[in-house]
Write a protein that binds this ligand. Structure first.
Ligand code: SF4
Ligand code: MSK
Length: 648
C-alpha cells in the first residue's frame, strides 16, 4: 500500500501510513475489499424496483435484454439515474427547508438565538420574490419572505418563483418550450419516485426530462434558498483568510471538528467557543484554548463567514480522528461516513450526532433544536473541554497546512472585479471579450477513493488557469484547491497564463474563487445569470464560454448538481462516468443529443488534464460562436477619431 497512490495530499499520505501501521482501516481499504465491484451496478443496468426482480441486463447481448416487466437497459438506467437526482435534490432542498424553518423562527420569535444579519440581502431577495420592500420595516419584509419561501416547497399550482426571477429570459424560454420549468420543489422529487415505479414511465428521454425538471428545482430552488437565507441569517460572506489541512488542528487546544453541511448549530458553536467562561474552563482543564475546525461543507459555511480553518475534505474525515487530538467530532447531515462510529471508539474522540435525520451507530446523540441553540452548543463545547483530559499524548498532527482566501459571492465578485464603489460584472465580461480571460469554469464536487485523493481537482484546476480560464470552486474541490495553495492571490503569478495573471493581479484576487459549500453551487448559477445580464456574451447561459466539472464526484447530490448545470446550458465534465454506460441510447442522449434540447450536455473523462482540455476546447468553441475570437486590428487614434468616441 503506497499512500501516494491513495492521496496527493501530504498530510493525508502521512495519516494513511499511520492508519496502515496501526492496522486501522479506512475508505481506501474498504474500497479494495469491495473489488471487483458489481459490473451491472457500474453500468446502471440492474433494477430492484419491484420483487419480480432483481433484474439485470446482459451488457454483451447474450443474456436477457429486458427485466421481468420488460424494462430495457435504457429504461432501467434512466430510472436509476433520475432516482439519484431525486436523492441529491432532496438532500439539498431539505437542507434549504431546514434553514427556512430557522429563518421563520428568527422572524417570529424575538428571543430567538438567530437574528437577521444581512438586511440588504433580505431586501434584495424579497424584491425578487415580488415582495414590497420600500417603506416597510425589516420584520414585515422578513415575515413575507419567510411565507413565500416556505410555499415554494409544497405548492400545488404555478411555477417556482425563483426559476422566473433569476435565470436569463432566454433560458426560461428553453425550459418552457421543452416542458421542464420546475413547478415546486417537493413535487418534482415526488414525481421522479412516481414515474420510476414499476409500470409507469419507460421512455428513457421522458424519464430524463423529469430528472432535469427536479434538478432545476434544486439548483434554482432548494439550494438557492439555502444559500440566500443562510446569507441573510448568518451574514453574507466577504473575502476572508483561512487555514486549510490537518495541520490546523492544535495539540495544545481543545479541538472540535464541525462536519456535515448545515451551518445552523456550528455557527452558534463558533460563537459560544469564544465566551470567556468556556475559554477559562478550557484553560482550567489544561488546554490553551478552544480550536474549532471544520470538515466538508459545514467547514465551508464557517470559513466563508468566520474564517474558521478547514481540517480537510471528504476523504480526510477518518484521518482527522486518527490524529488522536479531536475531542469532539460534531456532525449534522450529509457526507458523514458511518465508519466514524466505530473509528471514534478506538480513540477518545466523542462523535456527536445532532440531527434527528442522522443518527449513527457508535455515536452519541444530542438532539439540536433551534430554540435551544446556545444551550446545546454550550453543552457540546463543555463535553469537548472535559474530554481533553482523556487525550493520550500529543497525538500525531501532520505539520501540513496552507492558507487561502475564501468568501466570494455573486454579489461581492462584482465589487472585486468591477470596482470598490460601483459593483459591476462589466470588467469581467470585457476581459472575457478581449481574451485576457478565455472563459470561466466551475470545478466542484467530492472526493472518491477510486481516484487519487485531490489529484483530479488540482491537476484540472492548474490546467485551466494555465490556459487563462478563471475557476470558481465549491465543496471538497474548493478545499482541495485551498490545500494546494491555489487560493492565495500569489497563485496567479505562479500558475496562471499571462492574461488571467494580469487580471487577477490587477484586482487582487486568487485565480480560484471559493464561492462556498455544495448548496452554494447555486451562487455559480446566479454568477452566470449576472454575466449574461451584463451583456456582450450572448443571451443565454448556453452562449457563455464556460464549463463545469466534478473530477472526483461520488454523491447523488453531485448528480443533481451536474444535471442542473446541464439543464442550465452548461457543458459538464465528470470523472467517474454516470452509471449509464450499459444503456447505449441513454448514454448517447446525455452526452450528445440532449444539447439540442437544452443547450448543455454531459461528458465523462477520468483523466483530469484531458477533461480540462475538453473544457477549454468547449470554451473556445463558444468564443468562436460569439465572434469574440477574432484578432482586433490595432489602431492608433488621432484627434478626429477621439472626437467621434461617445460615452455610453
Ligand atoms: Fe425487474 Fe421490472 Fe421489477 Fe425492475 S421493475 S425489478 S426490471 S420487473
Ligand atoms: S461535502 S457532497 S463530499 S463536495 Fe458537500 Fe464534499 Fe461532495 Fe460531500
Amino acid at each position: 500500500m503506497d499512500p501516494k497512490k491513495r492521496s496527493s495530499d501530504k498530510a493525508a499520505q502521512e495519516m494513511i501510513k499511520q492508519m496502515a501501521e496501526a492496522g486501522i482501516e479506512n475508505a481506501w481499504d474498504r474500497l479494495e475489499q469491495q473489488e471487483p465491484q458489481c459490473g451491472f451496478g457500474k453500468l446502471g443496468i440492474c433494477c430492484r424496483n419491484c420483487t419480480m426482480g432483481p433484474c439485470r441486463i446482459d451488457p454483451f447481448g447474450d443474456g436477457p435484454q429486458a427485466g421481468v416487466c420488460g424494462a430495457t437497459a435504457d429504461t432501467i438506467a434512466a430510472r436509476n439515474l433520475v432516482r439519484m437526482v431525486a436523492g441529491g435534490a432532496a438532500a439539498h432542498s431539505d437542507h434549504g427547508r431546514d434553514i427556512a424553518h430557522t429563518f421563520k423562527m428568527a422572524v417570529e420569535n424575538e428571543s430567538c438565538d438567530y437574528t437577521i444579519k444581512d438586511e440588504l440581502k433580505l431586501r434584495e431577495v424579497a424584491a425578487r420574490y415580488g415582495i414590497k420592500v420600500e417603506g416597510r420595516d425589516t420584520k414585515e419584509i422578513a415575515s413575507d419572505l419567510s411565507d413565500a419561501v416556505m410555499a415554494e416547497f409544497g405548492k400545488q399550482e404555478g411555477t417556482l418563483v425563483s426559476a422566473a426571477a433569476y435565470p436569463p429570459p432566454a433560458r426560461q424560454k428553453v425550459w418552457k418550450e421543452f416542458g421542464i420549468t420546475p413547478r415546486s420543489i417537493d413535487r418534482e422529487i415526488v414525481e421522479i419516485m412516481h414515474r420510476t415505479h414499476i409500470g409507469v414511465g419507460s421512455d428513457y428521454k421522458n424519464l430524463v426530462k423529469q430528472g432535469l425538471r427536479a434538478c432545476l428545482s434544486d439548483g434554482w430552488g432548494g439550494s438557492l434558498i439555502a444559500t440566500e437565507l443562510s446569507d441573510i441569517l448568518f451574514g453574507s460572506p466577504w473575502p476572508i483568510q483561512f487555514g486549510a489541512n490537518l495541520g490546523v488542528l492544535d495539540a495544545e487546544q481543545v479541538n472540535i471538528i464541525v462536519h456535515g453541511h448545515e451551518p445552523t448549530l456550528s455557527d452558534i458553536v463558533v460563537a459560544v467557543s469564544q465566551e470567556p467562561e468556556l475559554v477559562k474552563m478550557a484553560k482550567d482543564n489544561g488546554a490553551k484554548g478552544i480550536n474549532i475546525a471544520g470538515m466538508c461543507c459545514t467547514a465551508i459555511e464557517m470559513l466563508m463567514r468566520h474564517g474558521i480553518p478547514v481540517a480537510g475534505n471528504f476523504l480526510q474525515q477518518e484521518l482527522a480522528v486518527m490524529t488522536g487530538v479531536v475531542e469532539v467530532m460534531l456532525v449534522d447531515v450529509q457526507c458523514i461516513m458511518p465508519a466514524l462510529g466505530s473509528l471514534s471508539g478506538c480513540f477518545h474522540t466523542r462523535l456527536i450526532t445532532t440531527s434527528p435525520k442522522c443518527k449513527i451507530a457508535g455515536a452519541e446523540h444530542i438532539e439540536f433544536h433551534e430554540d435551544k441553540a446556545v444551550e446545546t452548543a454550550r453543552e457540546i463545547v463543555k463535553i469537548a473541554i472535559e474530554n481533553f483530559a482523556n487525550r493520550k499524548g500529543k497525538g500525531n498532527i501532520p505539520k501540513v497546512k496552507e492558507r487561502g482566501i475564501a468568501g466570494f459571492t455573486t454579489e461581492n465578485i462584482s465589487y472585486h472585479l468591477g470596482g470598490r464603489f460601483r459593483a459591476s460584472y462589466r470588467p469581467l465580461n470585457d476581459n472575457i471579450i478581449n481574451g485576457r480571460v478565455r472563459g470561466a469554469a466551475g470545478v466542484v464536487g467530492c472526493n472518491n477513493p477510486k481516484q487519487v485523493h485531490d489529484y483530479g481537482h488540482i491537476a484540472m484546476i492548474k490546467e485551466l488557469i494555465k490556459n487563462d480560464v478563471l475557476v470558481v470552486s465549491t465543496g471538497c474541490s474548493a478545499i482541495a484547491a485551498a490545500k494546494a495553495g491555489l487560493m492565495r492571490p500569489e497563485a496567479a503569478a505562479k500558475y496562471c497564463g499571462k492574461g488571467l495573471a494580469e487580471v487577477c493581479e490587477t484586482v487582487g484576487i486568487p485565480p480560484v474563487l471559493h464561492v462556498g459549500s455544495c448548496v452554494d453551487n447555486s451562487r455559480i448559477l446566479t454568477i452566470l445569470a449576472n454575466i449574461v445580464a451584463e451583456g456582450g456574451l450572448g443571451d443565454d447561459i448556453s452562449d457563455l464560454p464556460v464549463a463545469g466539472a466534478a473530477p472526483e464526484w461520488m454523491s447523488e447530490k453531485a448528480v443533481s448538481i451536474g444535471m442542473y448545470f446541464v439543464a442550465s446550458g452548461v457543458y459538464t465534465v465528470i470523472g467517474e462516468p454516470l452509471p449509464v454506460l450499459g444503456a447505449p441510447n441513454l448514454t448517447r442522449y446525455l452526452t450528445d443529443e440532449i444539447e439540442k434540447d437544452i443547450g448543455g450536455k454531459w461528458a465523462f473523462e477520468r483523466d483530469p488534464i484531458k477533461a480540462a482540455r475538453m473544457m477549454i476546447e468547449h470554451i473556445e468553441k463558444k468564443r468562436d460562436a460569439l465572434g469574440i475570437n477574432v484578432e482586433k486590428e490595432r489602431k492608433l487614434y488621432d484627434m478626429a477619431d477621439r472626437r467621434t468616441l461617445t460615452i455610453e
